[in-house]
Design a protein. Sequence first.
Length: 620
Amino acid sequence: MKKPVILVVAPMPLFPNGAGNRRRLLASCEFLKAQGFEVDFVYLAHEDQIYRRFGQNPPTDMQAMMAYFRKVWMVELVKPIRLKAGGHHFQLDDWYPEELSEFIKWYFKTHTSTSAIFVNYVFLSKCLLHVPENILTIIDTHDRFSNRRRQYDPFRLEPNFFYTDKISEKRGLNRAKVIVAIQPEEQLYFSDLLEREVALLMPDIKSIKSFAPPKSLRSFGFLGHGNDANLLSISKMAYAWKAQWEPGMPTLRVAGEICNSLPKDLGPGIDILGYVDSLEEFYANVDIIVAPMLMGTGLKLKVIEALAFGKPVLGTAIGFEGFNPVSGDHRLKSIDEIVERVLVLSSSPSGLAKLTSESEQIFLSYHQRASSSSAQLASILTQHCTTGSEITEVENPELKYNSVLRSDYLVIEGEAASGDKPKQVGDAEIFGTEFLGLSSKSLSWESAAAPVRRTWWVSRGKSGNALIAKENGLLSGSRISLGSLMFNEPSNEEQELLAMSAAQELSFAVPDWHTKIHTVLTEEDNFSASFVGPSFLYRRRSPQQVYLMLDDGSCGARLHELSFSLLSYPMHAQCEITERCGCATLLPVLLRGKLTRPIEANKVEKLLLASDGVCGQIFA
C-alpha cells in the first residue's frame, strides 16, 4: 500500500507523554497519521540537555517511540546549548546544532519517497535550508518567542528557554512554506507578522471522563513539567497557600517533573508527589485543578488534559489563553484571587457545581473549535503529498539498554528510563549520579535508533573500602556526559565515599578538556591550584565539583566552598578542549577550595572538575 511519508523533527521525545510540549507533539503526530501519513521521527536530544543542567531529569522512552513511529533516530548534541542570551535576546540560530544539518542531508538523500517535513519550534528552522525544494516544509510554532522576555521583567527573572525578537522570528518562520499555530490568538499574531495565512492546529484531546460536580473540596491539584513559567507560578501558589492553610482546609497536590525543582517538604497542606505512574489515579484523587499561570505563551495543555478527565479547573486569564473564557473563575488576575476562590469553594457545593458546569462548557466549546481548526492544514497536506512509496514493515532493532559494571567496591548500572518516571536501580541508598552514555561508534544513521543511550546509576559494592588504589576503571575509554545529579552535595559519610568512588571511576573516562597544573598549594584544609582552563569555569554560576586523584590512582579528597578567579599574569601551559566545551576561550585561573580530607600536595596526580555535564582533568 502506498502512503506518503513525513519526517517529524523535535527537540523533545514523544514518550513518556507528561509535559505539555510532548502532548502537543503527540496530538500533531496523531493528526498526521489520521491524514494517512507514515511518520518518521528524529529526536534531537536538546530539551534533555537543558533540563539536566537545571537539576531535572525528564525521562525518555525510546522503546515506546520505536513502537509508535515507522522509524526513529536520535541526534546527540556535541556542543552545550547556551542558556544565557548574552544580550537582549537569542539570535535565531543560537540553539541550532549543526549535527541536525548533517542528519537532514543524509535523510533526504537516502529517503527519496518522503514528501514533507514537520519541524517543531522556530529555533530548529535552519534545518529546512538543507531540504530539497520539492518537499513540503512545515513549522509548528508551539509558542510565540519574540519579546518573550517582557513577561519575565515584572518578576525580575530571565527566561531559561529560548526567546528572540520579531525580526529573527519572522526570518526563521519564512524558511517554511507552511506555518502552524497552536491557538487562534497566536494564529492572528503570526499572520500579521508574516503577512500571509497561517494554519491552525489545536490539539483535539477527546473526553476521557464525564464531568461530575465534586461533593466537597478536600484537595486541588497541579500537574506540570519543569519549565520556568510553571515553576514561578506554582511556587507562588504553594507559598501563598501555605501561608493561609489551617487544619481542615483542602490540600494542594503537586505532581510531575516540576516537583524536582520544589522543596520536598513545604509543610502541611501541600503534597509534593513527584512523577505519577497513572494520570487517572492523580486526577481521581483531586477534586479540582488549578492553573495559576502568571506567564507563558502557546496553549496550556495541562488545562485541556484536566478538562478531558472531567475535572473543574480554576485559573488565571493567562492559564486560559486560547480558550475564549467567559467565567470569572477562568479569568482570575492573581495568585491571591485563586487562593481566595479555593477558600470560598471549599465551603460552597453550589459554587463547585457552577465551576464544574462552566468548565464543561469551555471544554465542549474548545473541542468543537479544535475539531474544525485542522481543515486548512489537512487540505494543504492533501494537495502537496498525494504520492508515496510502498511501505514495508520496518524492523526496529531490539535495544539492549540494561547492563551492569561491577567491582568489589562499586556497582555502576545502566538502564533506560521509561514510563512516567525514571526507574530506580538498587535500594534506597543509591547515590544520585546520572551517567549518560554517548553514542556508540558501532552505530550509524542506518540503524533505526541510533545511538543507544543509557542512564548510569552508582551504588556501593560489597567491599566496605571504596577508595582503594587502582590502575584501570570500569569506564576506561568511555565518553561520559554528566547529569546534574552528579553535583548534589553529599549529606553523610557514606554518600561522601560513594561520590569519591564515582569520581575515581570517572577519572578513567575520556575528558572533555584537559590541562596541566601550574602551581598547587595545600595548607591545613585549604587548597589552591593555578592553571589555564576554559572560560566557563570563571563565568559559570551552576554547581561544580572538584575531586583530587592521588598518584596511587585513588580519590584522595573532594573540594567544597569553591571559588574561581582570573589571574593577571599570563601562563603558557597548554589546554586542550573538545567541541563539547562550546566556544570557550582559554584563561589563567586560580582555583581555591576547602579539602574534605587532609592530603599532601606532592601526592596529587590530577584534579577532576565536573561542571554542567562537562568533565575536565587537570594533571600535575
